[in-house]
Design a protein around this ligand. Structure first.
Ligand SMILES: O=C(O)[C@H]1O[C@H](OP(=O)(O)OP(=O)(O)OC[C@H]2O[C@@H](n3ccc(=O)[nH]c3=O)[C@H](O)[C@@H]2O)[C@H](O)[C@@H](O)[C@@H]1O
Length: 431
């Protein structure tokens, strides 16, 4: 007699199969003892087969979709050609989030100066994907190929590093937006935590390891009220989940620097704006609403104090990104092992001249020659901070970073682009 334990966890799996087979035979004989039962069983089997076949075709079409989105000889050719370096001492850069606002500008600037660039973007629908497709078209016309795929696809990342020995990774893909984190917290964990780790795993295993420059955020300063914000100020009081995931990114990249010798540069961007920008940001949605005669909501801080941001123009940010790549220093690891200390740097990239939100609105009004219908409300508890203000002396010393565009000038360029992109050109001119 087998013990109870042996019956539950048989030492030979075959035992169970044989006993089960006998038992099933007995069942089978009993069931098929009448013709009507047999007919019902036949119907059941046909239905089961049909369900199985349709499921198979669903799985097949799914795998066809994934196979079609990347891979193959033609795809590899495009990736290689896009990564070609055309200047002496140039670099080959994998730009994640290349169809995004900052990503598309940085990709274009790198390509224009002769560096090799391969983009990666998942074209998600956080905001209108047609804008991302248009940016892709623009990059395509300059010879930048954007791979459509997700950061969390480790096989795709391994393949990319297999095809190209990237010298640098400019990691700009992220779930952006401060307030949306309350609506869809999971998307921040997916992109800003899990995606970041998947990317760093690929970087650490690559031979040679690339140097990594990536987008952190001014939001890591959270409730810090020491102004202007310096890199050494405390960043352990995030006001939103978005900020918390960016802060986590700074810690996560530190461990990959420490354990694997990856060269890391984190850039704390301060409210970046400009042509081809993000429709979810205030300056963009305000412009849209003013032009459409719709009201805009202007948040106001505690004690009726206006909110303020250190708005930073995209061209200044691009210069900061390129200098960061140029000065990043090498990763030291190989075959996933650290071979020495590598640089770990963090920089504020701001404009160092905060402007209040009502002033932002009046600048837009003057460029658009239209009045905004303002609805002023107290700032809801949605993750916003009352103000940001960057101390940029560290970036100035190390990167030669020197922003040159004030909000008035930058918004003029944005409005000009907006009117042209959305077809408002006829009969409308910008100041
Ligand atoms: O600097 C940063 O790190 C962050 O900058 C922006 O975040 P935020 O500064 O909140 O930019 P907006 O969403 O454009 O808001 C700008 C200001 O307008 C205010 N606002 C926003 C929306 C609105 O309807 N009304 C309104 O008054 C906000 O409270 C804020 O003070 C970006 O959206 C983040 O992705 C980025 O990481």
């Amino acid at each position: 007699m087998p013990s109870l334990e042996e019956e539950l966890f048989p030492s030979t799996p075959g035992k169970v199969k044989i006993e089960r087979a006998h038992a099933m035979n007995r069942q089978f004989n009993r069931c098929f003892s009448s013709t009507s039962t047999m007919f019902l069983w036949a119907l059941f089997l046909i239905a089961l087969t049909a369900t199985y076949l349709s499921f198979q075709s669903f799985v097949d079409s799914g795998s066809r979709y994934f196979a079609a989105s990347w891979g193959g000889i033609q795809w590899e050719k495009q990736v290689r050609s896009s990564s070609q370096i055309r200047r002496s001492g140039g670099m080959s850069v994998l730009v994640t989030g290349a169809a995004g606002f900052v990503g598309s500008h940085v990709s274009l600037a790198l390509k224009k100066r002769g560096d090799g660039v391969v983009g990666l973007d998942n074209f998600n629908n956080y905001y209108d994907p047609s804008l991302k497709k248009a940016r892709k078209g623009l990059l395509n016309s300059h010879g930048v190929f954007i791979v459509e795929g997700d950061l969390n696809d480790a096989r795709l990342l391994a393949k990319l590093f297999d095809v190209v020995a990237f010298t640098h990774v400019m990691h700009l893909a992220a779930q952006a937006g401060v307030r949306y984190a309350m609506e869809n917290p999971g998307s921040y964990v997916h992109s800003n935590i899990a995606g970041l780790v998947t990317l760093l795993e690929a970087c650490k295993s690559a031979n040679p390891q690339p140097s990594v420059v990536w987008a952190s955020s001014s939001s890591v300063y959270g409730l810090n009220d020491k102004v202007p914000f310096s890199e050494s100020d405390r960043t352990d009081q995030p006001a939103s989940l978005y900020a918390a995931t960016k802060k986590a990114g700074e810690e996560i990249t530190h461990t990959y620097n420490h354990i694997y010798g990856l060269s890391i540069t984190g850039l704390r961007f301060f409210t970046v704006y400009g042509p081809w920008g993000r429709p979810d940001m205030a300056y963009f949605s305000f412009t849209r609403n003013i032009l459409q005669g719709k009201p805009i909501t202007v948040y106001r801080g505690k004690d009726r104090v206006d909110l303020a941001r250190d708005f930073t123009y995209i061209d200044d940010i691009v210069k900061g990104c390129l200098s960061s790549l140029d000065t990043s220093g090498k990763s030291t690891g190989s075959s996933g092992k650290k071979r020495g200390m590598a640089p770990y740097r963090i920089f504020n990239l701001g404009n160092t001249s905060p402007v209040t939100v009502p002033t932002l609105v009046s600048i837009l009004e003057s460029h658009l020659k239209m009045k905004a219908k303002k609805k002023i409300i107290d700032m809801p508890g949605n993750g916003d901070v009352p103000f940001t203000h960057a101390n940029i002396s560290h970036a100035r010393t190390e990167l030669g970073y020197k922003p040159t565009t004030d909000l008035q000038t930058g918004l003029k360029k944005f409005v000009k682009w907006y009117l042209s992109y959305y077809g408002y050109n006829h009969g409308k001119s910008v100041n």
